[in-house]
Design a binder for this molecule. Sequence first.
Ligand SMILES: [Zn+2]
Length: 291
Amino acid sequence: MLIQLKLIKKHATISLMRLFTRQLCSVFCLLYATSSVAQEHDSAEQLRFVTTNSEFTLLHEMGHLLIHELQLPVLGREEDAADQLGFIGLFLIHERQQTPDFPMRLLDVADYWRLEWQSAKDSEEQIQAWDSHALDEQRFYNIACLAYGSDPKNLEWIIEMTGLPEERAFYCQDEYEQAKYAALWFREHFKRTSGEPVKHRIRVIYDTPPHHLDGGSELLEKVKASGELEAVAERASEFFVLPRDLTLRVASCGAPDSWYNTISGELTLCYERIAHFRKLARKLPRLNSKA
Ligand SMILES: [Zn+2]
């Protein structure tokens, strides 16, 4: 969905520097794991689903932020570009499949879109064909294709798990390589040179968590104490030359959203979105098959 005459970009993501992204996992692991809502019955696989999709959300929104603030050239729809940047950002966060569960994380992101696609929605919540976002079904197949294409020799099982048709799968390695090339090109061409001063920064603001989020106050204090979101913002500020001061806000939004406001220069991550990921994780059979 778009708000304010397409000036706010929702459901996004990317980031492109490993130093900057390296921090994100621990942020969201902390954000979720310290919440009392995570202490009930969630499995390690469900936790992985929640943290990885939280990362992808932030990275997608960072994609919008960088596209607008650095005036990156974009061919095709910005929402698609943000998804691709976000996907490549996951590799930078996780240092290219070095962890054994990394392919499952990619599948977690694809399956999030499958769950959105297959969930019953009110008509006003349904993404329409005219929307600037791809349909949830398309985002599912796009992410599945990039996931398989990132390592076709070893990830053929993703074709089976996702039902990705062979007609699309045949080109997925090319799609992945194209997205990676673009992201790395952008990183190389827009990085701050060593002699350039840092004039503007991204500041981090935490709003009060919603009352319905169990343990919200404790969660907020722990995230603040970690200082990790601040570290992410600081590193992004130092890696690129930002044209103005920006804000990364963790907020209660009343809905499971995220967006980048190009007028105010504020990236918002909603507490509710993290809770939404948890709810969906419980609907995914492959995350709930173990006793
Ligand atoms: Zn977006």
